[in-house]
Write a protein that binds this ligand. Structure first.
Ligand SMILES: NC(=O)c1ccc[n+]([C@@H]2O[C@H](COP(=O)([O-])OP(=O)(O)OC[C@H]3O[C@@H](n4cnc5c(N)ncnc54)[C@H](OP(=O)(O)O)[C@@H]3O)[C@@H](O)[C@H]2O)c1
Length: 302
């Protein structure tokens, strides 16, 4: 069974996304095809790509190579810099590179748009939905701070269904104002960098022992080893966010695909990870969500 998350436009998105914008795949077509084939053959149903990564053609090629039905795979892509006059051409290029429409199109970050033109850009994307170019495609944003979300929401006829962000327990306190806007407007988090607490924090921080204890419980229930990275992915999904992760290693890809069939965390476990995570602030992708968006006064290296 594929875990899915319901979006405000009624669509169900596969809750585990496999990205080809990191892990050494960014900008590399052939390795992205090879790893994409591995991910799809393992059973993953959602590929996260972007104009910026130059891996949209590799995404289409991987799908074709595996022979999986395109309709069974969810593709998220993202626009990079485009002046309002160039939005249509940019979108048409995404469709051409992917060999068809994506399922979800995001604005990669607020800085790809000239200052003061976020609302205008959003309106142009909506126009492409209404004129048929993007009919059936969900629209969303990425790395949008509260002020960027408000710029869109002021003019939106179609609200963004997701905001793709660095998201894990150690940014929960910082993101409180963003999450409040999401809650009011039915916007879901698509979490990138979800493994940051384990891979990039110097010690793993306060959630690591909790994840270890939970993996022990899940191992007994599932009757097989359960990686703590997979417990964190499960937490992300049960928190209500789409977990956009990646791997190029067949073993890790296989474990990732198996997250769908792991037993659930209890609601107490989900809460315990959340509460422990909120006590510190640690971000890996510092180019996003930092300018004009103050960080919380919390330790970062506990
Ligand atoms: N919108 C944006 O601005 C933005 C920014 C950044 C990323 N993204 C998207 O999000 C995707 C994922 O980002 P991310 O790389 O930061 O995600 P992540 O899930 O935090 O980290 C992925 C890394 O985790 C490692 N990994 C996977 N499974 C593991 C396991 N079981 N144990 C230990 N390590 C494991 C992988 O390395 P191995 O290959 O060694 O397994 C991989 O390099 C990107 O590819 C991209 O599509 C979007």
């Amino acid at each position: 069974m594929t875990r899915t998350i319901k979006l405000s436009d009624g669509k169900s998105i596969p809750a585990l996304g496999w990205g080809n914008g990191s892990g050494g795949l960014n900008g590399k077509n052939d390795p992205a095809v090879v790893a994409g084939v591995e991910a799809l053959n393992a059973g993953l149903k959602h590929i996260d790509t972007a104009e910026l990564y130059k891996t949209e053609k590799a995404t289409a090629e991987a799908i074709e190579k595996t022979g999986v039905n395109r309709k069974d795979i969810w593709i998220t892509t993202k626009n990079k810099k485009a002046d309002p006059e160039a939005v249509r051409a940019t979108v048409e290029e995404r469709i051409s590179f992917l060999g068809g429409k994506p399922d979800l199109l995001l604005i990669h970050n607020p800085f790809v748009i000239e200052e003061g033109k976020i609302g205008q850009y959003w309106t142009l994307l909506e126009d492409l939905v209404y004129d048929g170019t993007l009919e059936g495609v969900s629209l969303g944003v990425s790395n949008f701070r509260p002020q960027d979300l408000q710029d869109v929401l002021k003019v939106a006829r179609i609200k963004p269904v997701v905001n793709q962000l660095e998201f894990h327990p150690y940014v929960l306190s910082h993101l409180e104002p963003v999450l409040a806007i999401h809650a009011q407007n039915g916007i879901r988090v698509e979490a990138y960098g979800p493994l940051t607490p384990l891979l990039r924090h110097p010690t793993g921080g306060p959630i690591k022992p909790i994840l270890e204890r939970i993996s022990g419980r899940l191992e007994k229930e599932a009757g097989k080893p359960v990686d703590i990275a997979n417990v964190l992915q499960l937490w992300t999904i049960q928190y209500g966010a789409v977990a956009v992760t990646t791997s190029t290693k067949p073993d890790n890809i296989k474990k990732l695909a198996e997250v769908d069939s792991l037993p659930d965390l209890t609601s107490e476990e989900v809460k315990e990870i959340e509460e422990a995570g909120k006590k510190i602030h640690f971000r890996h992708y510092k180019e996003h969500m930092t300018k004009d968006f103050p960080e919380p006064d919390l330790p970062s290296d506990l």
